[in-house]
Design a protein around this ligand. Structure first.
Ligand code: 8YV
Length: 317
């Protein structure tokens, strides 16, 4: 008998198809995630879970699902997993690093430019029929090319953003990271403690994994260190930035602009952020090109097929 696998979201059926040879598939073919109790119920008798990074896998879920042995994620982020609980069970785990790096870095630049140069505000203005003609300082934004970019988290995606900023926009790069990065040297990037980075940078991109040690890494005091003319871009996870403190800084003119693809408690967005015209808000789509999203699902499939064969998968956590 084939092991049972729950696919917890609507994904790409043609990419999933080869799994049917190795698994009995149960597909929750919906864009609405299963709430925790429904997820636990649906996982009864399942050997594996193919998840979208939003399903909380912790001690409570594992206790409720004694047959669960493996979790493959289509995402690079795995903050939805309680790693200690998963390891205690000896779960096989995989994520999807690498394949989304370039698409996500492209989007980082898109958000930086859109926020710093007030693209959202200008677009809404034109669509509202408010445009009466040219004016000398209309929607004057902040310069980007030739300025200093602070990269908080110089991992794969942070580095890909720094590469674009350095080579494409002639920006000076400063970064904070637990260790120095070899590629940063090639970009002549300077390793700085976070407070110094925030004081020196003209614009800041946050790209660190979310966890207890990065919860509200950027809060009221960190925002106060930033230049009032600066832009903050968050492509990481909502909880890394204190959204309420960010909205207050934007509203009070202590920060010029923000580009946000992730939010605390998403898909809910803090109402104060919704009221900030100088925030560009997007629905967690930084990795969303079809080739990239297909490659993310493919990597989860590759891990699951390897496990079914008794081989280690390509991208274990
Ligand atoms: C996903 C991401 O699209 O891979 C990640 O960690 O943040 C995105 O690429 C998102 O997590 C889907 O839930």
């Amino acid at each position: 008998m084939k092991p049972r696998l729950l696919v917890a979201r609507r994904l790409f059926p043609d990419v999933l198809a080869p799994l049917a040879a190795a698994y009995e598939l149960d597909v929750h073919d919906s864009d609405q995630p299963l709430p925790p109790a429904a997820l636990a119920a649906r996982l009864q008798g399942c050997w594996g879970l193919l998840g979208s990074g939003t399903e909380r896998v912790d001690a409570a879920l594992l206790a409720a699902c004694p047959t669960l042995q493996a979790v493959a994620l289509v995402t690079v982020g795995f903050n939805n997993l309680d790693l200690a609980a998963c390891r205690a069970r000896g779960l096989r785990l995989s994520n999807a690093p690498g394949v989304l790096t370039e698409a996500t870095a492209d989007f980082g630049l898109a958000l930086l430019l859109a926020a710093a140069r007030r693209v959202g505000e200008g677009e809404r203005f034109v669509r509202a029929g408010q445009w009466q003609g040219w004016a000398i300082d209309q929607f004057a934004g902040a310069p980007v090319a030739g300025t200093t970019l602070g990269v908080v988290g110089m991992g794969r995606i942070g580095t890909a953003i720094a590469r674009r900023a350095r080579h494409g926009f002639g920006m000076r790069i400063v970064y904070s990271q637990r260790s120095t990065s070899p590629e940063a040297e090639a970009l002549q990037a300077q390793h700085l403690p976070l407070p110094d980075l925030l004081r020196q940078a003209d614009h800041v991109v946050v790209m660190v994994p979310y966890g207890p040690d990065t919860h509200h890494l950027i809060g009221a005091s960190e925002l106060a260190w930033m230049k009032p003319s600066a832009t903050l871009v968050n492509l990481a996870r909502g909880g890394v930035v204190d959204d309420a403190a960010l909205a207050a800084a934007l509203q009070q003119g202590r920060l010029a602009a923000a580009g946000l693809d992730v939010f605390e408690g998403e898909p809910e967005v803090h109402p104060a952020l919704l009221a900030c015209p100088n925030a560009v808000l997007t629905p967690h789509i930084a990795s969303s090109t079809l080739p990239t999203r297909r490659a993310m699902v493919q990597l989860a499939v590759d891990n699951l097929l390897a496990w079914a064969d008794g081989r280690p998968g390509p991208t274990p956590i």
